[in-house]
Structures are given as structure tokens and as C-alpha cells.
Design a protein around this ligand. Structure first.
Ligand SMILES: [Zn+2]
Length: 240
């Protein structure tokens, strides 16, 4: 049955549609089967659009929370929705990391342990490895949907003025220091590129990769990312 047919005939989808209309009369509900965002709320207050993976219909606690979740624009704590997302995500066959033990040396990498002082860390990375360049400002990026399949951890903007931004999902106590440093280091390599442009060079070309490998924990940071990516994306806590 297609997602559109399900939306028109499935009693759970119909009940959800009615409950949503009570809190947001103009809301559009869409069901999807794509492997992207499991749940997303777009549009604005007057014309919100909620897209939901069909598998979430099997989770009554999540469905019960959704109208209030929409009304509060995703702010707050939603244990039913979180549990459903974790469960649907865990059931996906292409999540290779699922069930693969994390090596001790990766698990033991020092964690943030508290709130991240982005400006201080960025200043340290700049001072240590990029002191020859004028420092660009750094900022937190806007957070995306609750649950994402892909994510840009960092971003470098060259124009109108240089700016490095970091995804707020990296501000979690269990995230490894070296991973955040590695992301900021990567963006500063883009800054180095912008400060000494080479005509026709691709953004992640040979010069860039050679610079990037100068970060001493480059390999550990990449391995940490592979081990923990599903938790960063899913907003779930690693079990340890
Ligand atoms: Zn890049």
C-alpha cells in the first residue's frame, strides 16, 4: 500500500490527522517511506507540514505525543517519539554500526563531559594549528529536524565574510573532544584554502587532504565518527 493510500485509509493515520487538525487546523500530514528524516516539521505556524515515516504509525505513544509536539514546535521532551525513532532507526538493515562492538581505544577517547565552550575550543584549534591565518568568527549552526539521516557537522562560508559554524548536535557530553576538534580543524582547512586559493582546486583535493591529516588525532576522530554516528544522527545516547 502506498504511503498516500495509507494516509487516506489507515485508521491510525486518520486519527492522527484529526488530532493534529485540533492543534493546527491548516496542517498538512504526509507519510513517507524514504530513508531520510523519520519525522520533520516544516513550513510555518500558519501552514505547517508534518512528514512522518509510515513505520512510526506502529508506535501509539509517539502518535499520542505528536499533536502537542507540533503545537510546541518540537520543543520539550518527548519520550514516546524518541523511543519510536530509536526503534525504527535500530530496525534499519543498513545501519552497519548496529551490534558491532566499539573498540576500547575509541570508547576511551576523552569526552566533552559538559557544555561545549565553542569559542574557547575554536580559539585553541586556531592558535595551535592555524595561527598564521586571520581567525574567522565561529558560531553554532541552526539545528535541523529532530532526527536526521545526514548531517553537516561543520560548515565554512567564505562569502560575504568568512564564518565557521558547528552543528549543535555536537554539544553533548558524550561526544569525543577529538571529534569536535577534527570538525573545526576541517573547516579551518577550508579557511586556509580560501586564504590561499588555487585556481580550479576541488574543495577536498590533495592539498586539502594533506592539511587535514596534520590533525594529530585524525584517524581516531574518523573511527569515533563511524562508531557513534548513528547516535549523533538519532539523538540517542550510546549504551555505555
Ligand atoms: Zn569540507
Amino acid at each position: 500500500m502506498s504511503a498516500a493510500t495509507l494516509l487516506a485509509h489507515d485508521p491510525r493515520a486518520l486519527a492522527l490527522g484529526r488530532a493534529l487538525t485540533d492543534v493546527a487546523p491548516a496542517i498538512q500530514l504526509r507519510l513517507n517511506r524514504n530513508r531520510g528524516t523519520l519525522i520533520s516539521l516544516r513550513g510555518d505556524r500558519h501552514a505547517p507540514r508534518l512528514s512522518l515515516h509510515v513505520a512510526l504509525l506502529d508506535h501509539p505513544a509517539a502518535l499520542a505525543e505528536l499533536p502537542e509536539w507540533v503545537r510546541r514546535n518540537g520543543r520539550g521532551r518527548w519520550p514516546g517519539i524518541q523511543a519510536a525513532i530509536t526503534s525504527v532507526f535500530a530496525g534499519r538493515p543498513d545501519d552497519r554500526a548496529q551490534g558491532v562492538p566499539i573498540p576500547d581505544e575509541i570508547r576511551a577517547l576523552p569526552r566533552l563531559a559538559g557544555p561545549l565552550d565553542l569559542a574557547a575550543l575554536f580559539a585553541r584549534v586556531h592558535r595551535t594549528w592555524f595561527a598564521h591565518l586571520p581567525p574567522p568568527p565561529v558560531t553554532w549552526a541552526r539545528s535541523g529536524p529532530l532526527r536526521q539521516r545526514h548531517i553537516r557537522f561543520g560548515c565554512y562560508r567564505r562569502r560575504p565574510a568568512p564564518l565557521v559554524s558547528l552543528h549543535p548536535k555536537l554539544d553533548q557530553p558524550w561526544i569525543a573532544w577529538c571529534f569536535v576538534e577534527h570538525v573545526l580543524f576541517h573547516e579551518l582547512c577550508h579557511h586556509a584554502q580560501a586564504c590561499a586559493p588555487v585556481r580550479g582546486e576541488s574543495p577536498h583535493g590533495a592539498r586539502f587532504r594533506a592539511w587535514e591529516r596534520r590533525y594529530p588525532l585524525h584517524d581516531q576522530a574518523r573511527r569515533w565518527e563511524r562508531a557513534y554516528l548513528q547516535h549523533v544522527l538519532g539523538g540517542t545516547l550510546p549504551a555505555e
